[in-house]
Write a protein that binds this ligand. Structure first.
Ligand code: MD3
Ligand code: FE
Length: 216
């Protein structure tokens, strides 16, 4: 456990292995919250959140956008990564340096010393938004980890196993928490319970999640 004095507030950082390959770094992003949120605002000004349509024709309750060379897209044609934002017809905004720095330092802490993400999916949850149990399988190489960064309101995250039938554990994810998902945890099923109402002093009435990926 380390104590950090920053802006007059005391923040607690700790790390915990959730399962082989899954490392929870509590509070890891708190020291960088302002840089992350201002970079995020610039990205969203160029590529606004939108509710994508699943291949089955359902509108997702989570608002999504991307930055980096590749972005994750869902529509009636399926799930995939692509270089162009379908909404603007332009490339996705570049990956901010603050995102890259945080992702590489978190991955290194978890034992992935050569992680260079080329994609960042940005999820925006409002009260009631949820993400049903799924695997992330659209990336080219499953040996590459995924780094997730939680900002704003807390949520209950579901962490299952390698098949849908394995009962999921419930893990609270809070502002500033970072999780590195690699190795045997990389293809585990996971999801997010509906966001509850609340207000975060820096982020407001929402939860933002960044997932940094090597997609291509
Ligand atoms: C475990 N996002 O974007 S982050 C997603 O909170 C996604 O917005 C959730 O699931 C969110 O695909 C969860 C934690 C997470 C992200 C990717 C994973 C856990 C993962 C990939 C493999 C295993
Ligand atoms: Fe996922």
């Amino acid at each position: 456990m380390t104590m950090d004095l920053f802006d007059g507030a005391t923040t607690l950082e700790s790390q915990e292995q959730l399962a082989p390959g899954a490392m929870l770094l509590r509070g890891f992003a708190v020291a960088h919250e302002r840089e992350l949120l201002s970079a995020l605002a610039e990205v969203i000004a160029q590529a606004p959140f939108r509710n994508m349509i699943t291949p089955g024709g359902f509108r997702m309750s989570v608002g999504m956008s991307n930055c980096g060379a590749l972005g994750w897209i869902s529509d009636t044609a399926g799930y995939r990564y692509g270089p162009i934002d379908p909404l603007s017809g332009q490339p996705w905004p570049p990956l901010p340096e603050a995102f890259l720095q945080l992702a590489t330092s978190a991955a290194e802490r978890a034992g992935f010393s050569r992680f260079v993400p080329d994609a960042c999916l940005i999820n925006c949850y409002e009260p009631g938004s949820r993400l049903s149990l799924h695997q992330d399988r659209n990336e080219r190489d499953f040996r590459e980890p995924i780094v997730s960064v939680s900002l704003g309101l807390p949520v209950v995250f579901l962490f299952g196993g390698s098949s849908r039938s394995v009962p999921a554990r419930r893990i609270g994810l809070m502002h500033g928490d970072v999780v590195v998902w690699g190795g045997p945890a990389r293809l585990s099923y996971h999801g997010v319970l509906p966001l509850k109402e609340g207000f975060h002093s820096l982020v407001g009435a929402q939860r933002l999640n960044l997932t940094l990926r090597k997609a291509g």
